[in-house]
Write a protein that binds this ligand. Structure first.
Ligand SMILES: Cc1cc2nc3c(=O)[nH]c(=O)nc-3n(C[C@H](O)[C@H](O)[C@H](O)COP(=O)(O)O)c2cc1C
Length: 239
């Protein structure tokens, strides 16, 4: 049996969503033995801060992290993807990162492993990618590349987005936050905010079409570049 070289971990609960697509694209382009796991298919709870992992670097919490940690240790690289939820990584991703703390004490067991990250959001993907880079760096990973991309707004799919006063584009509107997150500009051609829309008071918009990273050549090119870079560092066949 061939040894696992890259472990892809998606912290998105959405099946085959943008996060999954980009994580899988990196694995494919890397051209080495890889495995893709979705944290939402597993039970990986948060760190209990019991510190019983300190000297053995083994987490004692009994859930699926035990097996997942074995895969992380076996692989030479981790590709971690997360959607942006509340301005940062999803709770699935955060719990996974917290549990990797068990590998840090005294020995920095993950030192030297390579990593790549994927962050998909509507406005907060760049900050989330930065958060992931710092968290992985502190665990000893050597970051090969980060991709941040605009995704499918969940309000596009919920059924109430066109008339919701609290849709994400309304919650982040400049007249509410005092900051321009560039939402309307970023989703031009996908979303039309109508003149009678008043954020947090009266929702009025037209969802014109879905936004998928699959339709964004620049995102795909950058993702494949990171995949090839990872493959080259691991001695894979990246063509
Ligand atoms: C609970 C929840 C909270 C969210 N919070 C944010 C947010 O704070 N900032 C943001 O940019 N997008 C936010 N989003 C939108 C997601 O980041 C967006 O839908 C993204 O495309 C999800 O990735 P996926 O396509 O892989 O599912 C949120 C979505 C959900 C479900």
């Amino acid at each position: 049996m061939t040894r696992l070289q890259v472990l892809g971990v998606s912290g998105s609960p959405v099946k085959d969503g943008n996060t999954d697509v980009l994580v899988k694209a990196i694995l494919e382009t890397a051209g080495v033995e890889s495995e893709f796991v979705k944290l939402s298919d597993l039970r990986v709870g948060p760190c209990n801060a019991c510190m019983r992992c300190t000297f053995m670097n083994l987490c004692v919490v009994e859930d699926d992290f035990v097996q997942l940690a074995e895969k992380v240790m076996e692989a030479d690289a981790l590709v971690l993807g997360s959607p942006v939820y509340y301005g940062t990584v999803s709770a699935y991703t955060k719990a996974f990162m917290e549990r990797l703390f068990s590998k840090r004490h005294v020995h920095l067991r993950l030192k030297g492993k390579l990593a790549a990250t994927v962050a998909v959001g509507e406005v907060g993907e760049v900050e989330t990618a930065a958060w992931m880079a710092t968290a992985l760096d502190r665990q000893g990973f050597d970051l090969v590349g980060s991709i941040s991309a605009k995704g499918t707004p969940c309000c596009f799919a919920c059924g109430a987005g066109e008339t919701c006063a609290y849709a994400n584009w309304n919650a982040t509107a400049p007249e509410v936050t005092g900051e321009d997150y560039g939402y309307a500009e970023a989703y031009r051609g996908y979303l039309e905010i109508l003149p009678d829309n008043v954020p947090l008071v009266h929702g009025s918009a037209k969802i014109l079409r879905c936004r998928s990273v699959k339709d964004e050549p620049a995102v795909i090119v950058e993702t494949e570049r990171i995949g090839r870079l990872l493959g080259d560092r691991l001695g894979g066949d990246t063509g």
